[in-house]
Design a protein around this ligand. Sequence first.
Ligand code: NDP
Ligand code: GDP
Length: 338
Amino acid sequence: MSMSKAAFVTGVTGQDGAYLSKLLLEKGYKVYGLLARRSSDTTWRLRYLGIHDDVEYVEGDLTDQSSLIRGLSHFPVDEVYNLGAQSFVATSWMQPVLTGYVTGLGAVNLLEAIRLTNPKTRYYQASTSEMFGKVQQPIQNEKTPFYPRSPYGVAKLYAHWSTVNYRESFGMHASSGILFNHESPLRGIEFVTRKITDGVARMKQGIQKELKLGNLEAQRDWGFAGDYVDAMWRILQQPEPEDFVIATGRTTSVRDFCRLAFARVGLNYEKFVTIDPKFNRPAEVDVLQGDASKARQKLGWKPTTSLEELVAMMVDADMERVALERNSSVQAYSYAAV
Ligand code: NDP
Ligand code: GDP
């Protein structure tokens, strides 16, 4: 009998889904990925990491509970990682109901599907520092009260408390990782870090003249996605289900991120960045800074990538992509120009 484990990953085509799948495959897991039907291919991140053909895809959608029940009963797994979401804060004001269905109710659809098929399956919920929103303490840990500031944060809070409730009501091994922002060369182009590093590459290569941004004074605790998916796995290996904050403990402004990213290619951000109020949000999360000491103690987890290393990794990857795109006139790995 094989001792290898199996996992079911929602959001497999996203940044974290791709990195997590790679990690699980390296550990010998059989990985099933929930793939939502789209009119164009969504699997570029899995191809980028060279694992596209190693994942088994299960067709379905978080808003279609029957597809989740069918998937989990055909393919019984040891662990479910719920990473699927409408994950972009700005979009959540434009599509608040969809965000509620996918990001909020989607988690309950999945928890119920697990309860009906195999309640011993371990469950990971992708909770977020956006739940702290208008921060109630200068440094946030597992005990900090929540105060979400967007439909996204509100929907994530519903999913978070649902996870706690399924644990307490049914004794399920269900845990949340409250992850602070984490980035990588696979980050969606609409998020500010990747928007900046992609812009830097275009401006360095002379095909873009300016970069329009919103609030440069916002501060985030930015880590590397590769480090953060390892924390997700560690959370599900714990004997008892529990919630953990995952963060670097360092906070940086969007302005300083710009400064570092432009400096990587020898440019001064002040010559290129302009402010466009259309990128301001109806309610802002001004500053986030996490305290991951519980994760350090109980999971033996700590970040391994500094912000400077992260910026260098992202700028260098975008420099290569933009060069490739110019040479082949193919738009490589960057879609919506938001
Ligand atoms: P991405 O936006 O890169 O990926 C989101 C994933 O969700 C995609 O695979 C997308 O599929 C999928 N998805 C969207 N709608 C549905 C649906 N209706 N049914 C099934 N799947 C759907 O997010 P990240 O990888 O960055 O983040 C992973 C998770 O962690 C998300 O839940 C996010 O909210 C959360 N999180 C992220 C943080 C970060 O800094 N990155 C911080 C804290 C939490 P498709 O490709 O088909 O659109
Ligand atoms: P979030 O923390 O999940 O909202 O991640 P984002 O990367 O989308 O945004 C981080 C911060 O950058 C927020 O406070 C935004 O207001 C700020 N920001 C400033 N300009 C921009 C921009 O042009 N795009 C995005 N996405 N965010 C911006």
